[in-house]
Design a binder for this molecule. Structure first.
Ligand code: C2E
Ligand code: CA
Ligand code: CA
Ligand code: CA
Length: 278
């Protein structure tokens, strides 16, 4: 039956239809979901390799769908980008993360930055940078302690709009990190064009680091490349103490991953900050 072209065709058509139907359902359910309070934010620390303190916290979005089952950000963010809903949703995440950061700071918890993921669609929305600064002000969170995580694809097109956006952010001290580094483009031009202060190396790049010397060499080379360009280098998705040890030897600045903790709801994150620092 595998070689029966028509059977296969029917199968793939059904798959594709099911997928399209799910996308549509999610797109529909996303509309107005911010106002219905269906989202929350969980937090994961970035741990400084030498001191073991948490210099940063990343905000990650969660959706609590009243019906329709689990749907993670890797699935719903791209859909929210396609239908434009990401602009409102992204604005909500920034406001919420800044509010939480200010509350923790007020409570005497020690950490440096709050990082929020931002998609290319948000950056292209006129007035984005001004809104970010306004959110910080409203929350009482200093803009210079906010970091925005962008993927490489958000930075490849050099436009005046993007430049103005980064100028405004930079003038208020908002820093930028490149997320998922090593998974996309090989052209590194954009790193010089824009004021990027941190590279986040994707987990996929270090998957073989325990077994293969080649993978270790590559990781070390990328860490050194980033540092030569005056950037801090973070490796994300670190799960084992052996990976941590190798990355320390390779000179990486910060580590993020299940090794320390999974992303946590606010109360547990506060507890972790109080006592759980490795
Ligand atoms: P990301 O920004 O690369 O975030 C890291 C993802 O890896 C998170 O998945 C996190 O839970 C997961 N992770 C952390 N440590 C480990 C580890 O040790 N091992 C493994 N295997 N995974 C680990 P999550 O929360 O499901 O988010 C998925 C993606 O969705 C994010 O990838 C980001 O691209 C996007 N995303 C999440 N929240 C937002 C948001 O507020 N705005 C935008 N635009 N995108 C978001
Ligand atoms: Ca991220
Ligand atoms: Ca990432
Ligand atoms: Ca990722």
């Amino acid at each position: 039956a595998r070689h029966d072209g028509r059977g296969n065709h029917a199968f793939y058509t059904r798959e594709a239809l099911q997928q399209a139907r799910r996308r549509l359902k999610i797109q529909h359910a996303l509309r107005g979901a911010v106002d219905r309070d269906e989202f929350s934010v969980v937090y994961q620390p970035l741990v400084h390799v030498d001191s073991g303190i948490a210099p940063g916290i990343e905000a990650l979005l969660r959706w609590h769908r009243p019906a329709g089952g689990h749907c993670g950000p890797a699935e719903f963010i791209p859909i929210a980008e396609d239908c434009g809903e990401i602009v409102r949703l992204g604005d909500w995440v920034i406001a919420e993360a800044c509010r939480q950061a200010a509350a923790w700071d007020e409570a005497g918890l020690r950490f440096g930055r709050m990082s929020v993921n931002v998609s290319a669609v948000q950056l292209r929305d006129r007035g984005f940078a001004e809104r970010v600064i306004a959110r910080c002000r409203q929350a009482g969170w200093p803009a210079h302690r906010l970091e925005l995580e962008l993927t490489e694809s958000a930075l490849v097109r050099d436009t005046e709009l993007l430049r103005d956006c980064f100028d405004t952010l930079q003038s208020h001290g908002v820093s930028l990190a490149v997320d998922d580094f090593g998974t996309g483009f090989s052209n590194l031009h954009y790193l010089n064009r824009f004021p990027v202060s941190r590279l986040k190396i994707d987990r996929s790049l270090i998957l073989d680091i325990q077994r293969s010397a080649e993978s270790g060499d590559l990781t070390r080379a990328i860490i050194q490349l980033g540092q030569a360009m005056r950037m801090q280098v973070v490796v994300e998705g670190v799960e084992t103490a052996i990976e941590e040890q190798l990355l320390r030897e390779h000179g990486c600045d910060e580590i993020q991953g299940y090794l320390y903790t999974r992303p946590l709801p606010p109360r547990e994150m506060a507890q972790w900050l109080r006592s759980g620092v490795p």
